[in-house]
Design a protein around this ligand. Sequence first.
Ligand SMILES: [Zn+2]
Length: 506
Amino acid sequence: MMAKADILIRNAKVATGEPGAPMAAWIAVAGNRIMALGYGDAGAWIGTRTGVIDGHGASLLPGLNDAHVHLFAGGLALTDLNLTGIRGAESLREAVARYRATRPGLGFISAFGADHGLVSDRRTPDRHDLDAVCPDIPLMIMAVDFHTAWANSAALALAGIAHGADLPPGSTVVLDDAGEATGALLEFGAIDLVRRCNPASERHSAAAQRPLESPVVSAEDRAADKTVLRAAIQHCAKLGLTAVHNMDGSLYQLELLSEIERDEGLPVRVRMPFQVQLGQQPHDLAHAAAWRQRFASEKLRCDFIKIFADGVVESGTANMLADYAHKPGHSGAPLIADAELQALVVEADRLGFQVAVHCVGDGAVRQVLDAFAAARVANGWRAARHRIEHVEVIDPADLPRFAELGVVASMQPCHAPVRGEGYLGLIGPARGRYAFASADLRAAGAAVVLSSDWPIAPLEPMATLHAALTREAWPSGGPDHRIGLAAALDGITRAASWIAFDEAHR
Ligand SMILES: [Zn+2]
């Protein structure tokens, strides 16, 4: 006797993700597995206990995936002041006042989603702009790129950086000619000096830290942090996401998620990397191998490696092959030397890990492709599905290397500025032709996976689809980087489960 379905959905437009048979009309499910799908009569799958659902001709999509999110920051951001779409000093004043009105006694305001042109089209914000809307308590505003922030005078004073700070290369507390902080903070090293003063979000630095051993955390903080993560994953599930890659790479978050899974179950699958920190050596990847063994359930896995190769274009920390257009003599710098990077990538590849590297500038993209090529020479070919995160700018010579090396472009359509003038001012028009070039990468045969980078961009999968489908050419008349609906859907469904090695059962 033929097996019967537990659930049969019929009279639907089922998007299968299969290039040869992209649509079906019905789908039969047993347990948590798809048994069959097709056109025509599905009656043979219906038994006495089958729940039959009439789709009334509506679309049925595969589970949505987000291959690049930051769960803890996202969970915290659910209660921060959202400045998305706010332009001009008056709108900023109103937004801050509205936020404070519902939070009496608030001691620190953390805001996000601000455009670099928040108060003016001609300049970025400074502490005076922030003091004008919030003179009495610390205010820190995170820019949309999440690598730049602006602090008011109270926040600078609280952090003790009103006259600058000694920081590692790449991070800067920007000073004016008189040696006073302008309010601009570039990169995490500088931003964290203020962020850790926020009593509400100081947990972020703790939760995003990546010690190799379990951190010591009070029971109270642990419970509060778990609440943040729980809110984040519930928010993911609410938006239709069934799987996310939490790029934070922190053992602490792995432990908290593992406890949530044990006690109440996870509403989404979570995959996390081991994140290599500055100065770590190939032998430190032994810890990654131990984490991979320890976190290997159906819903929670730690089975890949994350490395940072550079910063971001907006703060001049992305590693470019040639000078920035607005700053002759400056091309950014790699965060890690070639030899050091190659040693890490070769060892990670030898251990069977997928490696994901943050590369924004064309110099970083080339450096990392070279490292993946070195791994292939050292270890031989393997379907490693190594990935480059962001790929904001690429030299055209490197376009075919993704397909040649089997490297995945993991891109975030919402990161591309809607209008390119500001961005083009930083990189110049020639490189602008190859900025956020997802269509060129696809044309060159690269696998392209789409994600949000939440909370840097909205988590809503429809926002990612919208950006991928409507990307404006810049300058107008310039190259068309839109990808069609089928490719965009593929990037948040089939390709995103493939990048997690789950294509056989998801
Ligand atoms: Zn990210």
